[in-house]
Design a protein around this ligand. Structure first.
Ligand code: UD1
Ligand code: CA
Length: 459
């Protein structure tokens, strides 16, 4: 959007969160609150964004990264003061300024675009995004004149009993003509109960200058500011439901959106079915025709098509097409499964490459390993990858068969089509096609039970 810059206020303390973390960094649907605001701004096409930081400034900068300019407000002296700190950083091309709070994560791009359009059409100096709240407590109230035009905004703490009855509130989102904003913000005075420079006072100053102020109403569900943990949980619920709705639109079946936890922006292919108590988090991509859950958690992972995975946890890993995982598998970072791999119950993998069609069906720990294709790993197999000091690698060639309860003491290589006998502790490399057995020969004592019983009788 040409000629429009945005200022996002994120310097406040967020006292009511009772947290060591700056309020705007608390996450909902996997994204910091201020990140949602920035996403909505990005959706409008605005590219010049100034974030005002103060409390935990370094943390906020680090979380949001390089794509923004930052203005530092050292003391939280009010929203007007915060805007004043940001204005000099806007380029001369910005003729219009969108101002937003970092704690309103539910705002949509559509409402921002409408706000900008309404101000332009009305030729007003400013436009305010307002909302009608059932319970307006804590918000600034919109005062309208007899002509029904916006006259001023009064903060809760400065409002009269009568003004507190007003249910039209200030969402803290505005668009200003830049010059008009610069002219008024420099005239603000902290002459109010909180002793702060209120950005909201710009509205009555503009009106006093004889300029028009427009207002646009947005649904209450979009405009709540997050000040407490309760409000955070409510926002989480709404954002999560929006993600479910987005995926259902795209052809994903979700059995129960109320118990499906999707982070903002996850990708899931069509005809995938998601069972309850499933979490899809971070930068995760799931292919088409998969079955996820029940009870599955995917974090920063990539799944191919037609993967079935139940009651399992997959972290920072890649799963190929047609894999079957779980129940109760734990796939840890750095694992890469080729297509058609089976990872069964109570199997833990860590940093393992598994070739096409290989199977690790039950009760195994495999870490720091490279497994070829068509390999069968018997139940109870353990890679002994850690000697107390460093990690070592296990390599298993194509078509190998690892007998049940084998310990593979790394570094060790089992060649192609080699076999290890059940219960063996393999410490030496096994050549291709060989059988390696490492266990004591079995002793059989005939009639031992009978003899034992007779001995007992003698006593
Ligand atoms: C503000 C508005 C109020 C509106 C409400 C909507 C003012 C004076 N009041 O009140 O009319 O109904 O938002 O949610 O603007 N911030 C700074 N620096 C400061 C103070 C605040 O950057 O010195 C930031 C905060 O980090 C936050 C935003 O501005 O993201 C709003 O601040 P907050 O203290 O939550 O304002 P409210 O009292 O909610
Ligand atoms: Ca607020």
């Amino acid at each position: 959007m040409q000629g429009v810059g945005a200022i996002v206020l994120a310097a406040g303390q967020g006292k009511r969160m009772k947290s060591d973390l700056p309020k705007v960094l608390h996450r909902a649907a996997g994204v910091p609150l201020v990140g949602h605001v920035l996403n909505s701004v990005a959706g409008t096409g605005i590219t010049e964004v100034i974030v005002v930081v103060g409390q935990g400034a370094d943390l906020v900068r680090r979380a949001l990264g390089e794509g923004y300019k930052y203005a530092l407000q050292e003391e939280p002296r009010g929203t007007g003061d915060a805007v004043m700190k940001a204005l000099p950083l806007l380029s001369p091309e910005c003729r219009e300024v969108l101002v937003l709070c970092g704690d309103t994560p539910l705002l949509t791009t559509a409402s921002l675009v409408r706000l900008i359009e309404v101000r332009r059409e009305a030729g007003a100096a400013a436009a305010i995004l307002t909302s009608i709240f059932e319970d307006p407590r804590g918000y600034g109230r919109i005062l309208r004149g007899e002509d029904n035009l916006v006259r001023a905004i009064v903060e809760e703490s400065d409002a009269t009993g009568e003004q507190k009855e007003i249910r039209e509130i200030n969402t803290g989102t505005y668009v200003f003509d830049r010059e008009a904003l610069e002219r008024t913000v420099s005239r603000l005075q902290p002459d109010n109960r909180q002793g702060e420079y209120y950005l909201t006072d710009c509205i009555s100053l503009l009106r006093a200058d004889g300029l028009a102020v427009a207002a646009v109403s947005a649904p209450a569900e979009e405009t709540a500011g997050i000040n407490t943990r309760r409000e955070l949980a409510a926002a989480e619920r709404i954002l999560r439901r929006r993600e479910c709705e987005r995926l259902m639109e795209e052809g994903v079946t979700i059995l129960d959106p109320d118990t499906t936890y999707l982070d903002h922006g996850v990708k899931v292919g069509r005809d995938t079915v998601i069972y309850p108590f499933t979490f899809v988090e971070g930068a995760t991509t799931v292919g088409k025709g998969c079955v996820l859950g029940p009870g599955t958690r995917l974090i920063n992972s990539t799944l191919g098509d037609n993967v079935e995975i139940q009651q399992s946890l997959v972290v920072e890993s890649t799963v190929g097409d047609d894999c079957r995982i779980g129940p109760y598998a734990y796939i840890r970072p750095g694992s890469i499964l080729a297509e058609g791999v089976k990872v069964g119950d109570f199997v833990e993998l860590k940093k393992v490459k598994v070739g096409k069609g290989s199977k690790i069906p039950h009760l195994s720990y495999v870490g720091d390993a490279v497994i070829g294709s068509g390999v069968n790993i018997g139940a109870g197999t353990i890679t002994c990858n850690y000697d107390g000091l460093t990690k070592h690698e296990t390599r298993i060639g194509d078509g190998a068969f690892i007998g049940s309860n084998t310990n593979l003491v790394a570094p060790v290589t089992v060649g192609e089509n080699a076999v290890t006998g059940a219960g063996s502790t393999i410490t030496k490399d096994v050549p291709p096609g060989a059988l390696a057995v490492e266990r004591a020969r079995q002793v059989v004592v005939p009639d031992w039970a009978k003899k034992k019983a007779e001995k007992g009788k003698d006593k």
